[in-house]
Write a protein that binds this ligand. Structure first.
Ligand code: ZN
Length: 162
């Protein structure tokens, strides 16, 4: 348990010091903004889909350390993956963070992302960890703005200029 905690803190620190894929992509095909009003996290994701493949992805924004580390690891995990593989990770990560998926004894594809399994015991941080994934799901489904307070239903989010 102590090892898991140490690894978690090391990962959070590392990704805050050197966030992967930080910035805005030129010529992005999809873009979404994510908000977590409970903490004040705000992310902008840009990505390039080539057919069904997620060729490139970047994030920027102001967020707490957990959210930033989750965003950094998310971009590294889904870059180069097929769209449906990325969506599978979205669902698995959300289930892990909310306690529905027990990565210790259930099959999953999360790999190193399991360092975030502990957030299920920190109710106030769950949404910080999930926000980047929630925003990725919105971007892949062409929803421009999303919020962790929209019940996870992309249809509740404004669709941009009507
Ligand atoms: Zn946060």
């Amino acid at each position: 348990m102590a090892d898991t905690k140490a690894l978690y803190q090391e990962v959070i620190l590392d990704h805050n010091k050197k966030p992967r894929n930080f910035g805005v992509l030129d010529g992005a095909t999809h873009k979404a903004e994510g908000h977590n009003p409970l903490c004040g996290d705000h992310l902008t994701l840009t990505l390039k889909l080539d057919g069904e493949r997620l060729n490139n992805i970047a994030f920027t924004g102001e967020s707490c350390a957990i959210c930033k580390a989750s965003a950094s690891m998310m971009t590294a995990a889904v870059k180069g993956k097929a769209r449906d593989e990325a969506e599978t990770l979205v669902h698995e990560f959300r289930d892990m963070a909310t306690g529905a998926l027990h990565v210790e004894d259930q099959p999953h594809h999360l790999g190193r992302l399991t360092v975030f399994a502990g957030v299920r015991d920190l109710p106030t941080r769950v949404k910080c960890a999930i926000l980047p994934w929630h925003t990725l799901h919105a971007a892949l489904n062409s929803v421009a703005v999303t919020s962790t307070e929209a019940d996870g239903d992309p249809m509740h989010a404004p669709m941009g200029d009507a």
